[in-house]
Design a protein around this ligand. Sequence first.
Ligand SMILES: [Fe+2]
Length: 318
Amino acid sequence: MRTVLFVDDEQPIRNALERMYLERDDVRCLFAASGQEGLEILEKEDVWVVVSDYLMPGMRGIEFLSKVKGKRPDTVRIMMTAYADLSIAIDAINKSEAYRFVTKPWNNQDLMNVIDEALMRYQLVQSLVSDDETLYLSLAQTVELKDPYTKGHCDRVALYATSLARAAGLSNDFINDIKHGSWLHDCGKIGVPEEVLNYPGRLSEENLETVMQHPRWGSEVARQARMSETVINVILYHHERYDGDGYPSGLKGEQIPIEARVVAIADVFDALYSDRPYRKAFEFSRVIEIMGEMTATHFDPRLMDLFLPISEEVRTNG
Ligand SMILES: [Fe+2]
């Protein structure tokens, strides 16, 4: 069960947090008045997310969180801090003792959103840690549910990407990793709010920034789940462009790992060739025309050449 442990030495704060979650029966809340007590609870309970106060008598928040990290590295750690301690909190995040911080006094909805995101992150890592392929796919489908227009997208991207990888002469193991990477390429979208993902018009600057975080967010999760470098590269670099104008790293040409160059082509092909919230699918000839114009700016031209006969086949077979 989705479990959150709150650690704060002040009773009124613990009470306020408890009240906040009264109506949420999908989250189990545990409370501790000190770091020591928190660690004891962690021994016995399956805690997904820890929210710790920074300034506590005895064990300080940072010390507590670093102990949590040592004992239960997968538990997602959130620090709560007064504005005055902000620079220390940021330092804690940089040293990766904490995943996020929340300032006191907090806004209930904001805090719950941060915790919900942390719970999702935990769940995601747990499903990725297993070797079970079917779990990866069901995870990809969970992400697709957030955006109904992308139904089947991950599976089709995997199909096109593996065909292209085969045409490029990559090894079977590599191709298998590309399949997993394709399924999971957008798993970072689990951290993007639905109203942003499904927004029918042009996104505001701020929301665009949020969406553009998905490769990094997803790859961090995959790394934490100890997935292979190939899978991580697909997730992290599938929005890079051949001319270096992509994101998040602005890699250029062959600097972009081939697995990501392969999936980028498959991803865009499927995006154009299927319905989207803001438009219908393009005709096949138009898809190829658009992708032709994008070759050299977006795609590896050599891979694009190999992809053309594959796209033909997709058209004939529906
Ligand atoms: Fe993406």
